[in-house]
Design a protein around this ligand. Structure first.
Ligand code: FA5
Length: 341
């Protein structure tokens, strides 16, 4: 009789010992303590026990039941603790590992340079004035002293919607539009996209210019030189040399072009600078009296200076980029080298 309960106790002890998971333990618990479990089966066998021994047997079975319940509780607590520790260990984070940097946007090199140029001129008292990208023949050419069929139109050949409506080939129409407003003096900066029938390593069919215009009494070529020298000083590093070269634009007289030393060969001469060692960054000059007159400004009282610079050229020289197309390829490996914020 006692040996039956003792035998069961030993069996439970050895089976609980071998259990490795909470799930297996609960199955084992049902097998011993459940309604149809081994301990309840002992109680059901009471009827076969001689009457004088029943009380003792019942007591022994109840004790066994209490002891086994306690054993299951202890084992369950131990297993749960172990499983939790294993879960924590498997999910542990090594805080000494380097973190993953979140991807963040940055400014395109053209935007960085545009902002720098704008800052430089705003610091010299200029205001922003923006004109349309689709414009008329009158604003793009005629009002700039370039009549129909003038050979100078070839220098700024662009894309036409009709004979009269076109994608502006330069930001110079901004000069005319700001002068037409009739408010003097003028000191404006007009940035924007422009279009040309061009395509090679230093010329793009779409690129960006910034136009500058100053109209006031007594404005001269000396003021233009002072402004452009300051611009070059602010934008480029000390090693970049500049030169002013006489040039021709129908809307300025005299006209100049400003070159800086080539970013690829540093002045020695290469394919990018066509062997000259110099790259042109802007055209400029004293506003032609005809242009002032056509915009309703008296050239005997007022004079003007104007310049138009290519943002791509300035960017290429500043960062040593040998091919203009790199700026439009949206290649993250290239773009990530610039501003990341
Ligand atoms: C002009 O566009 C004149 N409107 C500039 C000007 C303004 C002169 C005011 C006088 C007074 P030009 O065609 O040289 O000039 O172009 C000016 C600058 O734009 C060039 O120096 C160059 O930096 C840039 N540029 C010209 N064509 C391209 C092109 N296809 N791709 C990239 N940059 C270009």
């Amino acid at each position: 009789m006692a040996s039956k309960t003792e035998e069961l106790r030993q069996r439970v002890l050895s089976e609980i010992e071998g259990v490795r998971s909470v799930k297996a333990l609960s199955e084992l618990k049902v097998a011993y303590l459940g309604k149809n479990g081994a301990i309840k089966a002992l109680l059901r066998g009471m009827k076969d026990i001689p009457a004088e021994n029943r009380a003792e047997f019942g007591k022994a079975v109840n004790e066994l039941s209490d002891d086994v319940s306690a054993l299951f509780e202890q084992k369950e607590a131990a297993l749960k603790k172990k499983e939790l520790q294993e879960k924590f260990a498997s999910q542990a984070v090594d805080i000494t590992l380097p973190g993953k940097r979140p991807l963040s946007g940055g400014l395109h090199p053209l935007t960085i340079v545009k902002n720098k140029i704008i800052d430089a001129f705003i610091g010299m008292g200029f205001e922003i004035f923006e004109g349309p990208e689709i414009d008329s023949d009158y604003y793009c050419f005629q009002a700039l002293n370039i009549p129909k069929d003038h050979p100078a139109r070839d220098m700024q050949d662009t894309f036409y919607f009709t004979d009269n409506i076109l994608l502006r080939p330069h930001t110079s129409p901004g000069q005319v539009r700001s002068m037409e407003k009739g408010k003097l003096p003028i000191k404006i900066l007009s940035p924007g996209r422009v279009y040309r029938a061009d395509d090679d390593a230093s010329h793009s069919p779409m690129f960006h210019q910034i136009e500058g215009l100053v109209v006031d009494k007594g404005v001269s070529l000396c003021d233009l030189k002072g402004l452009l020298d300051e611009f070059v000083r602010v934008i480029f590093d000390g090693d970049t040399e500049t030169r002013f070269r006489p040039s021709y634009f129908p809307f300025t007289e005299p006209s100049v072009e400003v070159d800086v030393t080539c970013c690829k060969c540093h002045g020695k001469g290469c394919g990018l600078c066509k062997g000259t060692g110099w790259i042109e960054i802007l055209g400029a000059g004293v506003v032609n009296k005809n242009v002032l007159k056509m915009s309703g400004i008296d050239p005997d009282i007022y004079s003007g200076l104007a310049f138009g610079l290519g943002i791509e050229r300035v960017t290429m020289i500043k960062y040593g980029i040998p091919d203009i197309r790199t700026l439009f390829e949206s290649n993250l490996k290239f773009l990530e080298q610039f501003d990341r914020r």
